[in-house]
Design a protein around this ligand. Structure first.
Ligand code: ARG
Length: 260
């Protein structure tokens, strides 16, 4: 059964600027509101599947975004190699957690930010977003290590700097995505590979609607997007979460969760 990893937002804040969302938000996070928002997401997920917790670390405000710690598949944890100095100290703590849990750990040498950029769809196809945080080189390293194929997708707009901000694969070869976040070639590839494509407007993409978490038939989404009504026609139980404080750091529901 699906298990997740989250990190209580005790030390969450915006203390530096490494993506356009953080610009002008330094010191503007309400930590009380962040705790409430995180807790309602946690409570729902915890009612649907097992949620493990990793301890937060003072001075590492983005560690709440556990999606960036790595990715787990074939019983191996692929540990991230953060592209920014600000987040690279997190590697040590995610590595320690994976080791304590008994995973073999593989870490690419090139920049790679885990499930933020590397998603596995329900057909077991691997997708990696490159251009801002993760690299094609890292994709090749992971391909070689596991003997798999990874489709790399080129991200072109810094507001959608991680793949999970603009690409949400669902069941039945369906994708919710924001086409303008991708190069033309990558848009074409996505159009070829998925049967049902739900395109999101810029307005909704800016509300992080692609940053959802799917647990069986439950789909947890950041609130406030117009497209949610059409998404609900797909038959999922939709749950909306107000995640304003995390959006100030450039992340929402999916970023707060790592599948293990
Ligand atoms: N402030 C964090 C960063 O820029 C946000 C990470 C969001 N995570 C994600 N999986 N998209 O790294």
């Amino acid at each position: 059964m699906k298990q997740l990893l989250m990190c209580y937002p005790k030390y969450f804040d915006v203390l530096y600027d490494i993506n356009p969302w953080m610009t002008h938000q330094i010191g503007k996070v309400s930590s009380d509101i962040a705790v409430k928002q995180w807790t309602s997401l946690f409570d729902k997920l915890n009612s649907l599947c097992r949620v493990n917790l990793i301890e937060g670390v003072p001075g590492l405000p983005d560690m709440v975004f556990t999606a960036n710690g790595g990715i787990v598949f074939n019983d191996v944890a692929v540990l991230s190699r953060f592209s920014t100095r600000e987040r690279s100290k997190e590697e040590y703590f995610f590595h320690a957690w994976f080791q304590e849990e008994g995973y073999d750990v593989f870490q690419p040498r090139s920049s790679y930010e885990g499930e933020g950029d590397h998603l596995i769809d329900s057909n077991n196809r691997h997708w990696l977003g490159s251009g801002f945080r993760s690299t094609k080189k890292a994709a090749r390293e992971i391909e070689n290590y596991f003997d798999i194929t990874i489709h790399t997708l080129e991200l072109v707009d810094p507001r959608w700097y991680h793949l999970d901000t603009c690409f949400l694969p669902l069941d039945n070869n369906t994708i919710i995505w924001y086409p303008k976040a991708f190069s033309h070639t990558s848009q074409q590839l996505i159009r070829e590979k998925f049967d049902t494509l739900i395109e999101v407007s810029t307005e909704d993409a800016l509300k992080f609607v692609c940053n959802g978490v799917l647990v069986k038939n439950d789909l947890l989404l950041p609130s406030g997007s117009k497209i949610i009504e059409s998404i609900s026609e797909l038959g999922y139980n939709i749950h909306e979460f107000n995640l304003t404080e995390f959006i100030k750091a450039g992340g929402a529901a999916k970023c707060l969760v790592l599948t293990i």
